[in-house]
Design a protein around this ligand. Structure first.
Ligand code: DON
Length: 304
């Protein structure tokens, strides 16, 4: 029997003792003041057990983790038609890289880099009746938690400094790969990124990707083939130009955000979320990546 709690305790101690914890994202001013010493982990197994340590119950900005959730909603709404507008190849580039989009005629490499996520946001703005309201309700339903909300200050703060995303959206528009006005799509995108969740809530929201498409209330939300696609994209594209490194060291499909969160999962087994706001030079949580590497090494549980 694996003693999961002892493993989390060991990981926690090591994280506390690390002298360098990375740099908090400062290009979104509202995120710049978060205390870099926060660290939490929550593990939710499909057999009903859960384990946690540290600041697992403090809400934080999920940022790019939301890109997986918008993708899953778009899959529910239009399924295969997404792939005419977004590819499924790893980019090997930073999340907000611009030039590849021009070289590839406005078709983003994948839905987890900013350009791809902005196309997915455009799809949701077209298909949802009240996009922001309907999307937050989707997340609340997945977690069975009506308290989940956007952080409007974070959304406004990102909008104020969102020059790169405006450039990406305008480039997409010039190639005809954005159907709605740039302003409407980016308003939705900045809000999806501002959603606040704690580590436990993230494991609940992502439960369906580990549980064959059924959310924590055992309601079927995605088909098996849609879950396969989302997990494959997380594995190959979830960490931008560090996706190979994450697969190599951790060995699980997952997704990071510049708020310092990482979610990863083992299909049919568990979902795990970490939060440590200090980022490495690729924009992924430094301590979170180390913690997950230790977790899969100590438990021997990964997809490989
Ligand atoms: O668009 C941005 O720059 C942010 N809202 C999200 C970036 C992000 O989280 C990248 N993740 N590692």
């Amino acid at each position: 029997m694996i003693d999961y709690q002892s493993i989390l305790d060991e990981i926690y101690l090591e994280a506390l003792n690390s002298s360098y914890k990375g740099e908090v994202a400062s290009y979104i001013p509202e995120l710049a003041t978060i205390d870099v010493s926060n660290f939490g982990v929550y593990l939710k197994q499909l057999n009903g057990n859960s384990y946690s340590i540290g600041d697992w119950d403090k809400p934080f900005s999920i940022q790019s983790i939301s890109k997986v959730l918008t993708l899953s909603k778009a899959l529910q709404l239009i399924d295969c038609n997404i792939w005419d507008r977004v590819d499924v190849e790893p980019s090997g580039n930073p999340f907000n890289f611009l030039s590849l989009l021009e070289q590839e005629n406005g078709i983003p490499r994948n839905p987890l880099i900013n350009s791809g996520a902005i196309v997915v946001a455009d799809i949701l703005v077209s298909k949802l009746e009240n996009p922001k309201e309907d999307f937050i309700n989707y997340i609340r339903d997945l977690a069975n938690d009506q308290t989940i909300d956007y952080n409007y200050k974070v959304a406004a703060s990102e909008k104020e400094k969102g020059f790169k995303n405006y450039a990406i959206a305008n480039l997409l528009k010039s190639y005809g790969n954005l159907k709605n006005p740039v302003e409407d799509v980016l308003d939705f995108y900045f809000h999806q990124c501002s959603i606040e969740l704690n580590c436990e809530q993230i494991t609940k929201v992502f439960y369906l990707f580990s549980n064959k498409g059924k959310c924590i209330q055992e309601i079927k939300r995605l088909t098996l083939s849609q879950v396969k696609r989302v997990n494959a994209i997380m594995l190959t594209c979830g960490f931008y130009d560090e996706a190979g490194e994450f697969a190599f060291t951790v060995g699980l499909p997952g997704k990071s955000g510049v708020g310092g969160g990482i979610v990863a999962l083992l299909p049919n087994n568990f979902v795990i979320a970490t939060w440590s706001p200090g980022l490495n030079e690729k924009g992924n949580s430094l301590i979170g990546m180390k913690a997950l590497e230790q977790f899969t090494t100590k438990t021997g549980e990964s997809i490989f």
